[in-house]
Design a protein around this ligand. Structure first.
Ligand code: PMP
Length: 407
């Protein structure tokens, strides 16, 4: 029996009935060799694959798992709601309770509506901005990910030029390029979309420059366009009131998903009073968007995050991981760069354009019991303890040795 035989057998079966084996970002073909595709179970900060290997997880389902896998408070709330009903002919009471909780917790939010995926939320923000302004152009930072719909997908396969006709680009943190893009919109500017921080794949992360964030707010105010914060990835990890609260910059519209319900399928749009009528006017819906179980899970997730001060815990654990990476790399004579918020860390090796060192580091660390990513930001959760971080750093030691062995 090979160590990954069940995973390999499932991949073979999938190859026959699933185009390309798997779609999208969870395709293990995008990961270093040896990463499993299929999982058996998850608990706290640990994942067990179908071949029975257990690792400490630093991807957290690429963001959704913010309290830890199968968090008891969340799963109890979900089970209680499931016993009452989930997809019904209308929402359950928890819809109103959750919308009230979002509006109470998020200073920029005067209203809230719910959807399923992050792409639903960013797309609805764009539609609301257009409805509210009667204009067409949307500005987005070049390279920023906002979802998988034709207007924003990173791939142009199957996408027409018309799908992108009214999307213009600026460079993140570059005020001159932003002003230039506003000029190009030429009086037809509906909204300016911006990610909470720059977290493009395979490059150092960048926090928003406060002057850049202020200029975004000014330009939105001057033109009447909506400032749209894409908080899908960072939301509820950096600040429970919204990732730009510490900067003092409030968006007109914000998109949320990932961490909102600790792994249950939910996303949200929040907005300012000025866009309430526009939000009421657009047609946005989906068969499962009013399902009650994910909303009960979200209400419990937000309650737990407030009770635990989740962002502070994740920051502390991320800083511990970072300090360990720094020390480990130094012991092996390796130069690394660490960037972004500690809750969503990224480590890149210096001079590693093809990610050979990063891949070797991750593959060896995985065998030793820690699941890291070589080029996408990672995610901490409230389930990571200092002891878990220290265990993961022992696994990282094997990773640094493997990275150092590359000539
Ligand atoms: N915006 C950002 C910043 C994201 O990170 C993502 C998901 N990675 C999305 C939007 C799209 O979310 P979803 O995959 O749930 O549609």
């Amino acid at each position: 029996q090979l160590p990954n035989s069940r995973d390999a057998a499932l991949r073979r079966r999938a190859g026959a009935v699933i185009p390309g084996g798997l779609w999208g970002h969870l395709d293990a073909a995008r990961l270093p060799a040896g990463y499993p595709q299929y999982y058996q179970r998850a608990e706290g900060c640990r994942l067990t694959d179908v071949d029975g290997h257990t690792v400490i997880d630093f991807m957290c389902s690429w963001g959704p798992i913010v309290l830890g896998h199968r968090n008891p408070a969340v799963e109890e709330a979900a089970a209680r709601q499931a016993a009452q009903g989930d997809a019904m002919n209308g929402p359950a009471v928890v819809l109103v309770e959750l919308a009230e909780a979002m509006v109470a917790q998020i200073p920029a939010a005067d209203w809230c509506l719910f959807e399923k995926n992050g792409t639903d939320a960013t797309t609805a923000c764009v539609t609301i901005a257009r409805a509210g302004t009667g204009r067409r152009k949307i500005l987005a930072a070049r390279g920023s990910y906002h979802g998988a719909a034709p207007w924003c997908s990173p791939s142009l396969v199957g996408v027409t030029a018309e799908d992108r006709a009214h999307v213009l680009h600026y460079e993140y943190n570059d005020i001159a390029s932003l002003e230039n893009a506003v000029d190009q919109a030429d009086g037809d500017l509906a909204g300016i979309l911006v990610a909470a921080f720059r977290h493009d794949l395979g490059r150092d992360q960048e926090m928003p420059d406060p002057a850049f964030a202020r200029r975004l707010r000014e330009l939105a105010d001057q033109t009447g366009a909506a400032l749209i914060l894409d908080d899908v990835r960072a939301g509820f990890r950096l600040d429970l009131g919204g990732s730009w609260e510490p900067l003092g910059i409030r968006p007109d519209l914000a998109a949320w998903s990932k961490a909102i319900a600790n792994g249950h399928a939910l996303s949200a749009v929040t907005g300012a009073e000025r866009f309430r009528d526009a939000a009421a006017g657009i047609f946005t819906t989906g068969s499962f968007w009013c399902a009650a179980v994910p909303m009960a899970a979200a209400f419990a997730t937000l309650t737990e995050l407030r009770r635990l001060d989740g962002p502070a815990h994740m920051r502390a654990m991320g800083e511990r991981l970072r300090a360990g990476f720094e020390a480990g790399a130094a012991r092996h004579g390796l130069a690394i760069r660490q960037s972004g918020p500690a809750q969503m860390p990224l480590m890149l090796f210096e001079g590693d354009a093809d990610f050979a060192r990063g891949n070797a580091f991750c593959a060896a660390a995985l065998r030793a019991g820690a699941y890291f990513h070589p080029k996408h930001n990672m995610f901490l959760s409230c389930a990571h303890t200092a002891a878990d971080i220290d265990l993961a750093l022992q696994a990282a030691e094997a990773g640094f040795a493997a990275a150092a062995a590359i000539g």
